[in-house]
Write a protein that binds this ligand. Structure first.
Ligand code: COA
Length: 164
């Protein structure tokens, strides 16, 4: 027999996903610092998030930011610029919840693809993205300016045609 809980008795599923505000930038920058070799400081985040098409969301549990995604909403696709989960909170589905929220933007308007550049050496991210339905469809040589590392362009697509 399945026990059906009244809505008010259902456990709240954490973390919650919400849009960011400027007060979050310090916490996001702190996570970014431990996740990336080329971290974005508060000033970088402020500049990047002023972009006309740039948006960001955080995964938060009881006031603590566990992860975030920064993305560009273009007319025909979404570019995922940054996605990270703090090391203490990895492996619990936080990255999945963030990416699902970004994927939801694809059904709006004519947006068919979600695209990200991943460092060739970042195998964890590649495996994560594969698990989320992304496929590597192109290599951009020397894409990352700091180390001249190659990028795998990984794309999640909701159309039925070829991925370019
Ligand atoms: C990549 C990242 C965002 C994943 O976040 P996460 O919250 O740990 O991911 P999830 O718990 O939602 O993982 C979902 C699935 O992805 C895959 N996955 C995630 N991390 C993985 C790893 N290190 N190795 C292999 N597979 C992995 C697994 O299939 C996992 O499912 P499972 O837990 O049932 O096995 C996180 O590791 C991170 O912040 N890395 C540093 C930042 C970074 O490199 N970002 C690049 C952009 S993707």
């Amino acid at each position: 027999m399945t026990l059906k809980l009244a809505p008010f008795l259902k456990p709240t599923i954490f973390p919650g996903i919400r849009h960011t505000s400027q007060v979050d930038y310090y916490e996001i920058a702190a996570i970014d610092r431990v996740c990336f070799a080329n971290p974005w400081a508060v000033d970088d985040l402020t500049r990047i998030l002023k972009g006309q098409y740039t948006l960001s969301i955080v995964a938060e549990d009881r006031g603590l930011i566990q992860g975030y995604a920064i993305y560009e909403l273009l007319p025909i696709r979404v570019n995922l610029l940054r996605l990270a989960v703090s090391p203490d909170h990895r492996g619990h589905g936080v990255g999945t919840r963030l990416i699902e929220r970004v994927k939801a933007k694809l059904s709006i308007g004519g947006r068919l693809r979600l695209k990200i550049h991943v460092r060739e050496s970042n195998l964890d991210a590649q495996l994560f993205l594969r698990s989320q339905g992304f496929r590597a469809n192109k290599i951009e040589h020397g894409h990352f300016r700091d180390t001249k590392e190659d990028a795998y362009v990984m794309t999640y697509s909701i159309d039925r045609g070829d991925i370019q």
